[in-house]
Ligand binder design. Structure first.
Ligand code: BTN
Length: 251
């Protein structure tokens, strides 16, 4: 699978992820295909959120990935693959991006890109995945004040295609690592670039708001946070819906 061997460019679509899913169903594309759009009318974010983006200003794309023979418990490797590829692309254009668990890309304390991976499971294995990426490139006004873009960070206009080709290069580089099964390497690059690693921050879990420190991630990709419970430091692993990041500052 060569990522980006075929690139389909659309003006407007509901969601590049949905469009890609249909093309896969109809057997019209092969793994590695990249589908991008200038505008989405129903862009999908994580946890059922919507992804909004000004028309023609940002990178909105989906990649059809084959399974690389990953088992279900290895699916977190796809998150690592995607996050590391986007982070490294931004580094190459001079932006020191970090990864906010599980799959947001941050610059400082602002989000520059989001990732939405939709896996299709067949007989207990991943049969294929649709990797959706929304990267803010030339948009400078955001409703959400905690967002940033390539232009806000570099103060210059960047052509979306130019970033696309850099991203495709990183995708292919890191996909080789997935293919040879060196998932530990991807995981360690992910961990080395994790936002707020070993820094105290405020979180919320089912027991309430607390100060804690991210210690790392578990093998399954859960977030490990050290927190004080009854005067004792404990380590707790959190799944996606079990913990919310509140702020960097402590109370
Ligand atoms: C997030 O919530 O952070 C994930 C955002 C993912 C957005 C991208 S834009 C291209 C692709 N198509 C979609 O509908 N969503 C993803």
């Amino acid at each position: 699978m060569q990522i980006g061997q075929k690139i389909i460019r659309l003006d407007t679509v509901d969601s590049t992820n949905n469009y890609t899913a249909n093309l896969i169903k109809e057997g019209k594309i092969l793994p590695g295909a990249v589908i991008m759009a200038d505008e989405q009318t129903a862009g999908k974010g994580q946890r059922g959120a919507v992804w909004t983006s000004n028309a023609g200003e940002n990178m909105l794309l989906s990649v059809f990935l084959n399974s690389a023979n990953l088992s279900l418990h290895q699916q977190v490797a796809l998150t690592h693959f995607a996050a590391v590829s986007v982070m490294e692309t931004l580094r190459k254009i001079g932006i020191s991006a970090q990864i906010k668990w599980p799959n947001d890309i941050f610059v400082g304390h602002r989000k520059i890109a989001g990732i939405l991976i939709e896996n299709t499971i067949l007989n207990g294995r991943i049969s294929h995945s649709i990797l959706g990426i929304g990267l803010n490139v030339n948009q400078i006004n955001f409703k959400d004040l905690s967002a940033t873009s390539v232009k806000l960070e570099t103060r210059t206009f960047s052509a979306v295609e130019e970033i696309l080709f850099k991203l495709i290069f990183e995708f292919n580089k890191y996909w080789e690592i997935v293919k040879i099964g060196n998932l530990g390497l991807l995981r360690s690059i992910y961990l080395d670039n994790l936002y707020l690693l070993e820094q105290e921050a405020t979180f919320e879990d089912s027991d309430g708001v607390f100060n804690g420190t991210i210690q790392g991630i578990s093998d399954e990709g859960f977030l490990t946070i050290r927190k004080l419970v009854n005067g004792e430091n404990i380590l707790r692993n959190y799944d996606l819906k079990e913990v919310k990041f509140i702020s960097k500052s402590t109370f």
